[in-house]
Design a protein around this ligand. Structure first.
Ligand SMILES: *Cc1c(COP(=O)(O)O)cnc(C)c1O
Length: 398
């Protein structure tokens, strides 16, 4: 017997759960791509994207996953042979650095490990030491999806300013946009990258780069920008096809239109509050389970935990066994541990992640937590009692 029959729940940190309304909007014949409703719709999407990013700056859309947005952002403001400073707090920080290296960019990496946030003082020191201003940009993740750490973007901005350094601040919000509070203009990010398949609830395949006038000016100083990734025609198109460097991703755009409407209807503040409450429910369950067993949240300080994803240590081989059990026996697919190798566990199988981003509500999170507890029961993983009660209390009191 399996208890997995029924609607599955892909509780991984992206792709996230696609709302039926998004999928329905995409299920249609191709529209006219030369004139009419698609063109009008895209004009309306741009201000709504800006609202979600909390910016009055520029927004452009790429037909790519998040890796494409990484490359796009770098390609517009950093040339081969120039230098970036990377503040890494997990696998995705190193991923962006690796993308830069592949583009022939020199990377100076500050590794903050997998459990502690970016320390702005170390960014300050690194920039102070760069008296010739060789560093063109500081790269950081708002949320690193591997470690589930949430970094203080505004504090890094202050460090750059206090150092009197002209480097741009480039922020990866692929995991956090429309999940964790993010205010691009107020916090002073010059460039921000995001993807469609996480908080924005649309299938993978679209990514977004937001940039301010300072970043636009740095783009103008580039000798050459890769033609396809050039953000200029996309952010300020004369012709419709320039938004996309070619054929529009029509169906994704229909999905995105509905997703942005859903965010607008709920209200961005309410979206953020929902994610915060659901995250606290997860934390409460894990803390209760961890009182009498190996389970622990990867990030000790709640102030630095993501509201979109939780990374949990359970110890090898339990992590892999639990994911297998919840997937096969109960219809909940949990995320793998990423970049979490340790001595004795090179694959990082002692970790798993719960995605609680996007189109997720109380019954889904409580359900996933209940399944995790059942899995620990079935596999004989020691755990403290009262995890589900603790999570329910968070939900009940909210
Ligand atoms: C998912 C993610 C990426 C990579 O996005 P892809 O669409 O898989 O290329 C990069 N950074 C962060 C923080 C992410 O969560």
């Amino acid at each position: 017997m399996s208890l997995a029959y029924g609607r599955p729940y892909l509780a991984i940190p992206g792709p996230s759960v696609m709302p039926d309304a998004v999928l329905r909007a995409m299920h249609r014949a191709s529209p006219n791509i030369y004139e009419g409703e698609l063109i009008d719709m895209v004009r309306g999407i741009i201000p709504d994207l800006r609202h979600v990013a909390q910016t009055d700056g520029n927004a452009c859309i790429y037909i790519s996953n998040g890796h494409g947005a990484w490359e796009a952002a770098l390609s517009n403001v950093v040339a081969e042979g120039e230098t970036v400073l990377v503040a890494a707090t997990g696998r995705f920080g190193f991923g962006w650095a690796d993308m830069a290296t592949g583009l022939g960019i020199e990377t100076q990496i500050i590794d903050f490990g997998r459990q502690t946030p970016v320390d702005p003082a170390r960014v300050f020191e690194a920039l102070k030491a760069d008296s010739g201003h060789a560093i063109r940009a500081v790269l950081m993740s708002h949320v690193d999806t591997a470690s589930a750490i949430r970094n203080d973007v505004a504090a890094v901005r202050r460090a750059i300013d206090e150092a009197g350094h002209p480097a741009l601040l480039m922020v990866d919000c692929i995991a956090s946009l429309a999940c964790d509070v993010f205010r691009m203009d107020e916090w002073g990010a010059d460039i921000m990258v995001a993807g469609s398949q996480k908080g924005l609830m649309v299938p993978p395949g679209m990514s977004f780069v937001f940039f301010n006038d300072k970043a636009a000016a740095q783009r103008e100083s580039m000798k050459r920008v890769s033609r396809y990734w050039d953000w200029k025609p996309r952010a300020d198109p004369e012709f419709f096809y320039q938004y996309f460097g070619g054929t529009a991703p029509a169906h994704h755009l229909y999905g995105l239109r509905v997703a942005l409407d859903m965010i607008k209807d709920e209200g961005l503040d309410a979206v953020w509050a929902r994610h915060a409450t659901l995250a606290r429910a997860v934390w409460a369950a894990v803390e209760a389970w961890g009182k009498d067993g190996p389970l622990a949240l990867n990030i000790a300080d709640p102030a630095h935990r993501s509201h979109a994803v939780s990374a949990l240590r359970i110890g090898a081989p339990y992590g892999a066994q639990l994911r297998e059990w919840t997937d096969k026996k109960a219809g909940v697919t949990l995320g793998i541990g990423l970049g979490m190798s340790e001595p004795g566990d090179p694959q990082g199988t002692g970790f798993f992640r719960i995605g609680h981003m996007g189109h997720v509500n109380a019954h889904m999170v409580l359900g996933a937590l209940g399944v995790i507890e059942a899995g620990m029961q079935a596999l004989g993983v020691p755990h403290g009692r009262g995890g589900i009660a603790a999570a329910a209390e968070v939900i009940g009191k909210a």
